[in-house]
Write a protein that binds this ligand. Structure first.
Ligand code: HEC
Length: 155
């Protein structure tokens, strides 16, 4: 091979390598690679389903069983998530007893989910009541994210 061809081959290799790095970057950004991030993906999907289930009375009636199941799954996922404190708890600043705060919010998520499931299991519970109970569950997501979910770019 003459010099020109070697140069060309090297250039195209470099281009290919850059493409690979870019693809890798994108993958890391789009897909959660932490164990908690993976659970949260499931949580997000269930959250969307549940939001739909409580949207109106007709939908609620149709989805009551599914909603109960999803709420119980939430309680399970909350229990599972609780142990993944690292690195979130140690990274927060200006929070007193972050470990306790983490545990408390996880417990609140589990409890509000169980309350929702129990209410939905009863025929007397209305869609409006279920929606309010679901809102309490969602408040725990926000409570935790504002404290512990620091965007990666911030580090
Ligand atoms: C006690 C804390 C806590 C609670 C409660 C919590 N989350 Fe999260 N969530 C986190 C943390 C921490 C992350 C960042 C995980 C990571 O990327 O490593 C996260 C990430 C996420 C993500 C992004 C996942 C990704 O990386 O793509 C979604 C979506 C999400 N949570 C939804 C929810 C919803 C919906 C609820 C409530 C039903 C909820 N979370 C409750 C702590 C919590």
């Amino acid at each position: 091979m003459n010099r020109k061809w070697i140069g060309l081959a090297a250039t195209s290799l470099l281009v290919a390598a850059c493409g690979l790095v870019a693809a890798q970057d994108k993958k890391e950004h789009d897909e959660p690679e932490t164990p908690l991030g993976k659970i949260m993906e499931k949580v997000q999907k269930l959250n969307g389903d549940m939001t739909r289930y409580v949207r109106n009375a007709a939908q609620y009636k149709k989805s009551q069983k599914d909603l109960e199941k999803a709420a119980l799954e939430f309680a399970k996922l909350a229990k599972e998530s609780k142990k993944f404190t690292d690195p979130y708890v140690k990274n927060v600043k200006d929070v007193k007893e972050p470990q306790k705060k983490w545990d408390d919010i996880m417990d609140a998520w589990e409890k509000t989910s169980k309350d929702l499931a129990a209410a939905v299991a009863k025929d007397s519970t209305t869609q409006k009541e279920a929606k309010e109970l679901f809102q309490k569950v969602k408040n725990t997501c926000a409570d935790c994210h504002t404290v512990f979910r620091v965007e990666k770019e911030a580090f």
